[in-house]
Design a protein around this ligand. Structure first.
Ligand code: NAP
Length: 344
């Protein structure tokens, strides 16, 4: 079993914030119906402490992760060690009232997308309180605004820039934007990161987003790079997810359908010899592949248990040789061309 020896750190875009290339995603520890099993708070805090112990300083959260619970857990875990944490949280998903544009019914509540200055002003204060801190390192737009209440990007950016000027926020980022939206955000203010879904099974960002980030020297925070556990090899054919867990819903992530699951399990089985050669396990191999892709600077690894983050952190310290990358790319190309209802 491989453990991290040396964590690597890279600046977030043009900011002076140096973040571990593997960050801990704090969605699952926030609990909530979409992740099935609830995580005990003590276990969640031990997981955060384990992340710190293996050199992780980047923690990604959001108000919506457990309706504030994920931020509150981080706030409890910080305990006088604020300088060891680089906290990335978000604004833009709103559920206090009907301001913004209806987005979805999520875990029994109507959720709105709002990037209005007045809702952002409320959100930032709540996040600071949850996190028990007086500044947020990286404040990210969670989802771009949509019609009917599509706040113009310059208006949102003006509100966010004021937070930087007030010292409440150190740097700004976006998530889930199209290439065109990203250009508009960049025109409107100092964005240093872009966060988006990217995995070896979800390659769309390679078309436009990753090259644009590289060209504009933005750091990239990839999410779902383990496809919510599927790429760790632990999701067997007979694993049944609880109702409400989005992994139970193949419409949400088609890779979880039984036929696709089998294709992925077979792919991962074929990589066991690579793991043996490199003395690593599958989550490490998969995240190391992700980090090796053009334009990827940082990956977010979700974790609910200390040993999970201890393992995934070691991907930072696992350079993949050209032969291994070639073999993995060939297998992924075969998977993509082998039909089924999803293409890699
Ligand atoms: N901006 C956005 O819109 C957005 C959207 C999605 C995610 N994110 C961020 O990205 C982060 C990462 O994404 P994600 O958490 O959805 O998915 P992920 O990182 O692809 O998968 C995380 C899950 O993989 C399993 N896992 C992790 N390490 C493992 C290990 N070593 N061995 C076995 N299983 C392991 C765990 O599953 P179990 O829980 O079953 O143990 C864990 O909850 C999130 O936490 C969040 O911070 C952002």
């Amino acid at each position: 079993m491989r453990y991290v020896n040396i964590m690597k750190y890279l600046y977030l875009g043009s900011s002076n914030l140096k973040a571990s290339v593997v960050g801990m995603g704090a969605w699952a520890i926030g609990g909530g119906a979409s992740w099935g099993t609830h995580v005990d708070d003590g276990l969640a805090i031990r997981t955060i402490n384990q992340a710190l112990d293996v050199g992780i300083n980047l923690f990604d959260t959001a108000p919506g992760y457990g309706w504030g619970h994920s931020e509150q857990l981080l706030g409890r875990a910080i305990e006088g060690r604020r300088d060891r944490f680089l906290i990335a949280t978000k604004c833009g998903l709103w559920w206090d009232d009907q301001r913004g544009s209806f987005f979805a019914d999520f875990e029994g509540r109507p959720l709105y997308r709002s990037l209005r200055p007045d809702t952002i002003a409320i959100e930032v204060e709540r996040s600071l309180k949850n996190l028990k801190t007086d500044y947020i390192d990286l404040y990210q737009v969670h989802w771009p605004a949509i019609e009917p209440e599509k706040t113009p990007i310059p208006e949102t950016m003006q509100a966010l820039t004021k937070l930087v000027e007030a010292g409440k926020v150190r740097a700004l980022g976006v998530c889930n934007v199209s290439a065109d939206e990203l250009r508009q955000y960049l025109d409107a203010g100092p964005i240093v990161t872009n966060q988006f879904r990217y995995s070896m099974l979800f390659r769309e960002p390679e078309q436009e987003i990753l090259p644009l980030c590289e060209q504009r020297e933005l750091s990239t925070l990839t999410y779902m790079s383990l496809e919510q556990g599927l790429l760790t090899g632990k999701v067997t054919m007979d694993r049944v997810f609880e109702e409400g867990d989005f992994r139970a819903n193949a419409a949400w992530n088609p890779w979880y359908s039984l036929s696709n699951r089998k294709r992925v399990i077979d792919l991962l089985k074929g990589w066991q010899p690579l793991c043996e050669k490199l003395n690593c396990n599958l989550p490490q191999l998969v995240l190391a592949w992700t980090l090796a892709q053009e334009g990827v600077t940082h990956v977010l690894a979700g974790a609910r248990r200390p040993e999970q983050i201890e393992q995934t952190a070691a991907a930072a310290d696992l350079p993949l040789d050209a032969e291994t990358l070639k073999r993995m790319d060939q297998d992924l190309a075969t998977l993509a061309s082998s039909g089924g209802d999803v293409h890699a």
